[in-house]
Design a protein around this ligand. Sequence first.
Ligand SMILES: Cc1ncc(COP(=O)(O)O)c(C=O)c1O
Length: 363
Amino acid sequence: MWVADMDFRVAPCILEALQERVNHGIFGYTEIPSRWAKAYQNWWSKRHDFRIEEHWLVFCTGIVPALSSLVRKLTTPNESVLVQSPVYNCFFSSIKNNGTRVLCNELVYKNGEYEIDWADFEKKLSDPQTTLFILCNPHNPIGKIWKKTELARMGELCAKHGVTVISDEIHCDLTEPNLSYTPFASASEICENIGISCISPTKAFNIAGLNTAAVFAKNKFLRHKAYRAFNTDEIAEPNAFAVTATIAAYEKGSEWLDELRVYLSENKKIVRDNSVQAGLTADWTRATFIVRVSHLQKLKDFAYTERVPIKEALDVALERFLQDQHNLLSHDKERHGGEILRIDGEKTYTVKEVAERQGFMVK
Ligand SMILES: Cc1ncc(COP(=O)(O)O)c(C=O)c1O
C-alpha cells in the first residue's frame, strides 16, 4: 500500500452498489448519467456550501491524469507552472513530463504553520513565462486548509498576471471533524472565473483504484479546453464501476465519512502525542490523513535544496527518516547489507547527499 491510501475497507454503501453492478453482469461502455452530476452537485451544496452547475462538470479518470492533460492543453513547452512547495510530488511530474518548468513559491514554516510568501508568489506570477498555477486546496502534505481570504488573494494576483489556476481539491472531504474547506471557486467571483477545480470521492472514500474524478469550471473557455484535453488524451471515459461508486459515495456515504474523520483525527492525535514523547514535534494537520513529524518533515522538505546541520539529535532523526521513508528512499541492500551508517561531525549535508553517500536511491 502506498502512502496515499488508507487501509480501511470501503463503506458498505459503496460495496453494495458495486456488488449490484457486478450482478448486472454486463460491462460494456458506460454512459455518464445526469445522476452522476447530481451526486456531485448535492454533495458540494450540502457539505461545502457551494453550488456547482451541472454543465460545469466534466468526468475524467483521475486527478493526476487531468493535471497532466490540462498542463498539456493550457501551456506550451518551456512555460512555467507555479506550485507552492512542499507539495504533492505528482504536481512536479505532471509539469515536467509535459515540457513545462516548475516554479516553486516555497511556503514559509513558522511556529508549526506554513504560510505564503506573498511577495515571492506575486514575483513568480509576474514572470511572463508563468501561465499556470496549480493550487492544492486543502494542501497535501502540510494539511493546511486555505482561508477564504487567502484563496481570494491568490485568485486576484493570478488574474492580475493573467495566470490560470488549477485547484486540486481531492483532500477536501478529509478535514478535521469540526472543520470544512472553502472551494477555490467559492472564494470570489474572480476565483470562480479563472480556475478549473479538480474533485473526486476517491481519497475520502478510499476508492482510488476505481479511477473516477471530475473537474468543474464556470468559465466556458477553460471548461471546453478541459473537455477537449480529456477527450484527446482518452481520459474521458469511465470504467464500469467508476460512476456507480461515485454516486454511492456521494448519495449514501455521508455518515460513514463523518465517522472516518473522527477516527482519523483520533489516530493523528495518538501519533502527535507519541511523537512528543519521543522528543519530536508533529504539526496539527487540519486536513488529510497525513501527520508530519519533525525533523523528518524538515529533512524531507529540504531534500533537494537546503543544507542541514547534522547535530546529534538530527542524526537519530535522520536514521529513522532513512529507515522509514520508503516512499522517498529505497535501500540498496545488496551493496550495504541493509546497514545504515551514522553521520557525524558538524558538517552540513543535503539529505540527497547523505542518501547517496549511503547507497540509498532517491526516487
Ligand atoms: C493532492 C493530490 N492530488 C491527486 C492525487 C491522486 O489523484 P488521482 O488518484 O485521482 O489521480 C493525490 C493522491 O494522493 C493527491 O494527494
